[in-house]
Design a binder for this molecule. Structure first.
Ligand code: CP
Ligand code: NVA
Length: 308
């Protein structure tokens, strides 16, 4: 039997694998529009373990699985014996006897790595404190759709060097997208992740600056995410203070190319990391971006466990 594949981060995905997933996702989108979804997950069950809230990720996975003929089993840690001290490894071993894949959203990235190491079935990271690879795949798909290319596109990420920023910079570097993050001091992305992305042979640039204007200048894409991620609520007040000056507003957007797109993984806090007029404005593609979660996750599940 071939070795199972996981999606824990995009670090060990090759450029051609990502291209294949993106083009498959576009094909799933086309079929969905025509109500021609194939039942490639018929008879498959997929466990969805969510230890943090979710609107897009949970519902797009559940809908994707249903539309492809599979069965989603939604669980939280409190539904599982995991919440009463059963180990993540035992959970992975047992679930592998029942289901065909495990999708997990949790806090520590190491927990997802431990689950994947113990499980015999593919494990998909639906967001950890460090990575959000499914989001980055949908982001790349959206850029490819809207700009008809990835190589040479300039993406400016403004804000917190968080999980979303990490996955986006890894994916961007692999696909030849020039990436610059503007972050306040102390909120830069993880240096090890930046270094790994910079070493990617696709040759795209990955830069970090403290100046949002410098990052936004001439950008094709302006991307932001919340200043306080799930699990960081105790720091919210300090973060509001530290991120002042990093809001994506009309003035900052005016430095980007005239046809620049505005992206946000959502949920958004209008008036914090992004002004309402920019998020809801004509350059924003955030709802197409959110929709693409559905299509890219279909491509991913079909590739990992289906006939795709
Ligand atoms: N973007 C994203 O992952 O949204 P949810 O937290 O709603 O899943
Ligand atoms: N960085 C955010 C992303 C939410 C989709 C968080 O982790 O809460």
């Amino acid at each position: 039997m071939p070795k199972k594949r996981d999606l824990l981060s995009l670090l060990n995905y090759k450029q051609e694998e990502i291209y294949r997933l993106l083009s498959q996702a576009m094909e799933f989108k086309r079929r969905y529009r025509l109500s021609l979804d194939k039942q490639v997950l018929a008879g498959k069950s997929i466990a969805l373990i969510f230890n943090k809230p979710s609107t897009r990720t949970r519902i797009s996975f559940e809908a994707a699985i249903t539309q492809l003929g599979g069965n989603a089993v939604y669980l939280t840690a409190t539904d599982l014996q995991l919440g009463r001290g059963e180990t993540i490894e035992d959970t992975g071993k047992v679930l592998s006897r029942y289901v065909d894949a495990i999708v997990i959203r949790t806090f520590a990235h190491a927990d997802v790595e431990d689950l994947a190491a113990a499980a015999d079935v593919p494990v998909v990271n639906a967001l950890t404190d460090d990575h959000h690879p499914c989001q980055a795949l949908a982001d790349l798909m959206t850029i490819l759709e809207k700009k008809a290319r990835l190589a040479g596109v300039k993406l400016a990420y403004i804000g917190d060097g968080n999980n979303v920023c990490h996955s986006l910079l890894i994916g961007a570097a692999k696909m030849g997208v020039d990436f610059v993050a503007a972050c306040p001091p102390g909120y830069e992305p993880d240096a090890g992740i930046v270094e790994a992305a910079q070493a990617d042979p696709a040759g795209a640039t990955v830069a970090i600056t403290g100046d949002p204007k410098e990052a936004a200048l001439g950008a094709d894409i302006i991307y932001t995410d919340v200043w306080t991620s799930m699990g960081q609520e105790a720091e919210a007040k300090a973060r509001l203070r530290d991120f002042s000056g990093f809001r994506v507003d009309r003035k900052l957007l005016s430095l980007a190319k005239p046809d620049a797109l505005v992206m946000h993984c959502l949920p958004a806090h209008r008036g914090e990391e992004i002004s309402a007029e920019v998020l809801d404005g004509p350059q924003s593609v955030v709802f197409d971006q959110a929709e693409n979660r559905l299509h890219v996750q279909k491509a991913l599940l079909a590739w990992l466990i289906g006939e795709g």
